[in-house]
Each structure stands twice: as C-alpha cells, then as structure tokens.
Design a protein around this ligand. Structure first.
Ligand SMILES: [Ca+2]
Ligand SMILES: [Ca+2]
Length: 164
C-alpha cells in the first residue's frame, strides 16, 4: 500500500514538474477602451486586478482564484494604457482561466469603496488559439486580443501580447 502511494505521489509530482517545464511564459500588457465613468468630479481612475484558476468550469468558488498581478492606477481616464508587463506561465490543456477585474480607485473620506468598472473571463487556451490564428493570418494584423467587459456591460479590455 505504501509503495502504491509513493508511486502515486511521484507520478503526480512528475506531472506537475513536466507541466511547469513545458509551460510557456506569456508576456502581455493591458489597456482598456470606453470604460464606464463612476466619478462625479471627472473620469474614473481605473486599475486592474489579475486572477487565474485551473479549477474545472472556471471555479465557482472564490478561493479557487489566485491573484497574479495588479496594474498601477491611471487617473482621470476612460481609455487607460497600463505600462506594466505581466508574465503568465501557460500550460496547454490544464484548464487555465483568467479573470480580470477593473476597478475605479476612490478611497476618499466620502467615498471609501472603489467602484467596480467591469470584469472579463477567458480560457487561456482560447487566448492562445486566437493568438495563433492571428499570427497565421499575418502577424502585422495582431495588435491585441479584445475582451468585452461585463458586470456591468461597457467597454473592453485589450490584452497586447509581447513577443521576443
Ligand atoms: Ca468612483
Ligand atoms: Ca475615482
């Protein structure tokens, strides 16, 4: 019994290691267009929190999602272009999903809670498929992958891949 368990542990450890070794480092930047305005004294101050999961069906449980990045805040704009380069370790066929949540920084005395500007979810395999399709149609056509924001509906988040 112990031997069986040992083999199982080694096998799963081996699978994990090979997934990590086979993983491809995806590099990208984020921008957004036509975000909702949730400030009274000017445009929103947007920033993005980046989460991912490998849970089946995208993970309904909040604890399934792991934060892997956050942008800086861009003040007074509904069309922000964030400078940060994010690196994500992609492993084909492991059910990886992204959830990007866009917020409006408020944290003032009168308005202490950041407004929610929208969110997107995407299967990372689908993202890679779109990248490869665009590349096959001529790499010059590929500037970004666009994801429409929901909850509430409005605007789009753009993922701009960075190639070496
Ligand atoms: Ca606000
Ligand atoms: Ca604000």
């Amino acid at each position: 019994m112990i031997q069986v368990l040992t083999i199982l542990v080694l096998a799963s450890f081996g699978a994990l290691c090979s997934a990590q070794l086979n993983g491809e480092a995806l590099r990208f930047r984020l921008s957004a267009i036509n975000l909702p305005n949730c400030d009274l004294d000017g445009p929103s101050d947007p920033f993005v929190k980046l989460f991912s999961t490998t849970a089946p069906r995208g993970g309904d449980n909040h604890r399934d999602w792991e934060k892997f990045g956050q942008t800086s805040v861009k003040y007074n704009t509904l069309n922000p272009v964030w400078d940060e380069v994010f690196v994500y370790r992609y492993a084909n066929g492991t059910n990886q999903r992204w959830r990007f949540i866009v917020k409006d920084l408020d944290n003032t005395w009168l308005n202490p809670i950041d407004d929610h500007l929208g969110r997107v979810e995407m299967n990372v395999d689908d993202y890679m498929f779109q990248l490869k399709s665009a590349k096959q149609n001529g790499s010059q056509a590929l500037k970004y992958i666009s994801m429409f924001l929901s909850h509430p509906i409005g605007g789009a988040l753009l993922v701009t891949p960075i190639f070496d």
